[in-house]
Design a protein around this ligand. Structure first.
Ligand SMILES: Nc1ncnc2c1ncn2[C@@H]1O[C@H](COP(=O)(O)OP(=O)(O)OP(=O)(O)O)[C@@H](O)[C@H]1O
Ligand SMILES: [Mg+2]
Length: 255
């Protein structure tokens, strides 16, 4: 990504032979692979049923579907927040199910997550919210400063660096959550309804940021209810319904 970042070499590969899966010829260029995933929550709810999906490096994918269809569950499986009941989840060549502790943390460093409800820390400024994770990961102060400014600039919040979350509009808060997700330059960005609470102008701004990151090389997966936005962006779409992939547009590889 030109404005930001070269990944730190220590983070370049988190793959040990153990966690590396055999690459199928079909999956060699895949950032994400779901192989016959079923997710049944402990209360018996079948959130996903026999879902297979492949997302290639540098692809931009929308996941749409009605409320309760399994979109958030699908994203949670990708960053190991939930484990599949059956099937395999492969992200960046790692089998997520087999990762624990440090290895899972290392994978998560390579995934930028934009939560629908922002999850900002109210007592911290915009700049602190964005850099908090980098500090926790042991980045130097200099490196954090090097990353902060271009990231805030990208999301249009440079002038708000010292504001607290409750001094920002909803759209601005959402952009802080995007800045926090991308400041570590993850190769994979997962955004769960990033425009869910925004008006059309703000929604479009957020989509433009995500699309820009995609042109810089990130793989981006976005869940949304906003069909108009999906049409306007012209990226591949997967529709989830009752926990199954119901329909998908071109350029997406299901097997
Ligand atoms: N922790 C949980 N325990 C039990 N059931 C759950 C849990 N999380 C989600 N579910 C159920 O799994 C199904 C899929 O939920 P999920 O949150 O993935 O849907 P979604 O498509 O993201 O919906 P929305 O558009 O409303 O965000 C729903 O029926 C939901 O009630
Ligand atoms: Mg959801």
């Amino acid at each position: 990504m030109p404005v930001l970042i070269t990944p730190r070499t220590t983070e370049k590969s988190i793959n040990s032979e153990e966690s590396k899966t055999q690459q199928h010829s079909r999956g060699a260029n895949a950032m994400v692979q779901l192989h016959s995933i079923t997710k049944t929550y402990t209360n018996g709810c079948h959130a996903l049923v026999d879902v297979s999906l492949e997302v290639k490096h540098q692809e931009f994918l929308f996941i749409t579907g009605p409320s309760g269809s399994g979109k958030s569950t699908l994203l949670k499986l990708l960053y190991g927040e939930e484990l599949p009941t059956q099937g395999e989840v492969i992200v960046d060549d790692c089998n997520v199910k087999t990762l624990r502790g440090d290895r899972l943390s290392l994978l998560r460093r390579r995934i930028g997550i934009v939560f629908q409800d922002y999850k900002l820390i109210p007592q911290r400024t915009v700049a602190e919210n964005v850099t908090f994770v980098l500090q926790a990961q042991g980045y130097t102060r200099k490196e954090i400063q090097r990353r902060l400014e271009p990231t805030l600039k990208l999301v249009g919040l440079l002038s708000k660096a010292d504001c607290f979350p409750d001094q920002l509009s909803g759209g601005e808060q959402q952009r802080v959550s995007i800045a926090r997700a991308i400041v570590g330059t993850p190769p994979l960005i997962l955004a769960d309804e990033p425009t869910g609470n925004l008006d059309p102008d703000n929604s479009w701004q957020v989509m433009q940021i995500l699309q820009k990151l995609n042109t810089f090389g990130a793989t981006v997966i976005v869940t949304t209810h906003d069909e108009q936005l999906v049409r306007r962006c012209n990226h591949p779409v997967v529709q989830v319904r009752n926990g199954r992939i119901d329909r998908q547009s071109s350029r997406v590889h299901s097997h």
